[in-house]
Ligand binder design. Structure first.
Ligand code: INI
Length: 154
């Protein structure tokens, strides 16, 4: 049987990846998108499809539509929920996370969570920069999981 996944397989040259990105807090999510696109390019993924949605609460249903349609090996969801700027931080952050988890378990398509949840804008900017970028991390995880699931499913 052997050991799988100890070193992540980040070869994306045969993968089709979609990115769904929320427009809410666009100054931050554009940076997450850039991070994700750069990471996917590094892994050899060609031209990921990008879908913009109004906010993080619209990420799950969009990921569901894409997963049900087929054609993508993994989906990256990007958003930014900033506590200082909303009274329903917990609701948006929790429902986005739960919705995305539900879609990946219902469909079996890996959907990675690149939604920042921070106390303030400074933290959000710090986690969406060129070196530390949650979008890039979510893109890495999408490639790794697409390869791992393909390996398991044969
Ligand atoms: N959407 C976000 O992505 N981040 C937020 O911080 C946020 N706040 O603060 O409310 C947010 N709200 C919008 C929400 O995701 C939906 O787009 C909206 O409720 C319409 O369904």
């Amino acid at each position: 049987m052997g050991e799988k996944g100890a070193a992540p397989d980040l070869d994306g040259k045969d993968l089709n990846i979609a990115i769904v990105v929320a427009r809410f807090n666009e100054d931050v999510t554009k940076r997450l998108l850039r991070g994700a696109q750069d990471a996917l390019t590094r892994h050899g993924v060609e031209e990921p499809d990008v879908y913009w949605v109004p906010g993080s609460l619209e990420l799950p249903v969009t990921a569901l539509a894409l997963a049900e349609k087929g054609g993508h090996d993994a989906i990256v969801c990007l958003g930014a929920v900033i506590r200082g700027e909303t009274f329903h931080f917990e609701v948006v952050a929790m429902q986005a996370a739960m919705g995305i988890m539900q879609v990946q378990l219902d469909t079996g398509v890996p959907i990675t969570f690149g939604v920042l949840t921070t106390d303030d804008m400074d933290q959000a900017l710090a986690r969406s920069g060129p070196r530390n970028n949650k979008g890039a991390e979510a893109a890495d995880a999408a490639v790794e999981m697409a390869n791992l699931l393909a390996e398991i499913q044969g």
